[in-house]
Design a protein around this ligand. Structure first.
Ligand code: URA
Length: 434
């Protein structure tokens, strides 16, 4: 067996066996296989694909590159949630304390913003003092005490993914279903979750633009989870417009607080409750969907989920005074409104463009070492299907970067379609795959 032979076999469309895959990943991690050989294999996988068995073997090799967390001392199923990413998607911030408040363990390991799409870690870190870089020992302790811990990927967990993702990012091999599946699922298995709810997004603001691709991704993810004994369910949901009305790190915390206080936009509340219900059903299969949903609604509306969020924030070093009084948070130096120039209906929003505009005004990173302005972002006053009259405010932008205001307004104007007639909007929650 040699790297050359393995690369050429995949290049020619052959199926790699488990030991070839293990050998390659191990060799890459111990530096006996070079980065140029790894990238050649990645491109061969991109072009030739992988069978289900190869993808499972790749996931196993990824997991074996680091340590796996053993949460067996915590009774019951440990259930996490993963979203494939989108704009305005702050569901984890609401759902994690909600489900934990019901006594279910939620070991939540989240990511940072990627391209146009925001990340849970950046949002949490907009709360002054909030620490997401807990050690694994702290993670376990906090999880035991609160049934919840909110952290980022640590260096010990799946290091192969971190190194390989960095290569994929610069060699046009990110959007490849087997590589995405192994990358996501290796982390979800190594973190100790034995139940997982996936929110696989499709649409203009998602990584998968087409429903068929989102479904293929969901099936690939579920297949790996099942091979590792995880209970997995996926919801396919629309990212044809941002979720909720606020985009930007602190703005999304504000909107999460509205939801945790029993209010918030209907679409955000609906998607959150649906995913939370699935998490509860995984942990307590004896409950009917209706009963699981009822528990979730009660947890939001009674304030129990909010109380849990305050507790976990305090434990992880965050300032709860600002959560109790969000108006005390600093505000941006520039606020500007996009007004409708005609009467009509909003028929579509290019959500990728909206996400990239929010990045450009400071809410995300254009380069890995850029700093985020937690206050910056966009507030939508209208969404798809809404009627507008000339002069109505469609949205508002907030930024400290004066010279980005006009270009941002222009880009947002071009991203939103106003038409004479309304068109029917796609369902927000399209289907479930178990
Ligand atoms: N998120 C991940 O963690 N990995 C991928 O490959 C894509 C998105």
């Amino acid at each position: 067996m040699s790297p050359y032979e393995i690369i050429s076999r995949k290049r020619d469309g052959k199926i790699l066996n488990e030991s070839e895959i293990q050998y390659f990943i191990q060799g890459f991690m111990n530096e006996s296989i070079a980065e140029y050989q790894m990238t050649a294999l990645l491109m061969a996988i991109y072009l030739r694909g992988m069978t289900a068995d190869e993808t499972i073997a790749l996931t196993r090799a990824y997991i074996a590159s680091g340590i796996s967390i053993d949460l067996d001392d915590l009774e019951g199923l440990k259930v996490d949630k993963h979203s494939t990413g989108g704009v305005g998607d702050k569901v984890s911030i609401i759902l994690a304390p909600l489900v934990a408040s019901l006594g279910i363990y939620v070991p939540m390991m989240s990511g940072r913003g990627l391209g146009h799409s925001g990340g849970t870690l950046d949002k949490l870190e907009s709360i002054p003092g909030f620490r997401t870089n807990l050690s694994l020992e702290e993670f376990h302790r906090v999880l035991r005490k609160h049934h919840l811990a909110l952290i980022g990927q640590t260096a010990e967990l799946v290091p192969a993914d971190k190194r390989i993702y960095a290569l994929r990012d610069v060699t046009a091999t990110v959007d490849c279903i087997p590589l995405i599946c192994a990358s996501i699922m290796s982390k979800k298995i190594a973190e100790g979750a034995n139940g997982l709810v996936l929110d696989v997004k499709y649409g203009s603001g998602a990584f998968m633009k087409r429903v068929e691709d989102a479904e293929a991704l969901a099936k690939g993810l579920i297949n790996i989870g099942s091979a590792f004994g995880q209970k997995v369910i996926a919801s396919i949901t629309s990212m044809e417009q941002p979720l909720g009305n606020k985009i930007g790190n602190w703005l999304e915390i504000e909107e999460s607080l509205d939801c945790l206080n029993g209010g918030g936009p209907k679409d955000l509340r609906g998607v959150t409750l649906n995913l939370a219900m699935h998490m509860v059903k995984i942990a307590r299969p004896e409950l009917s969907r209706e009963d699981a949903m009822r528990l979730c609604v009660e947890a939001l509306d009674s304030g129990a989920a909010m109380q849990h969020f305050l507790e976990i924030t305090e434990t992880q070093g965050g300032d709860i005074a600002v959560l109790q009084n969000p108006s005390a948070y600093p505000t941006s130096t520039h606020t500007s409104i996009l007004k409708a120039e005609r009467d009509g209906y909003i028929t579509s929003m290019n959500t990728y463009e909206i996400g990239m505009t929010s990045v450009g005004i400071g809410a995300g990173r254009l380069k890995a070492d850029d700093t985020i302005d937690p206050k910056a972002g966009i507030i939508l006053h209208k969404k798809c299907g809404d009627t507008v009259k000339t002069g109505d405010s469609i949205l508002e932008i907030r930024t400290d970067i004066a010279d980005r205001v006009q270009p941002a307004l222009k880009r947002l104007k071009d991203a939103i379609t106003l038409a004479d007639e309304p068109i029917s909007q796609p369902a927000l929650i399209l289907k479930e795959i178990a």
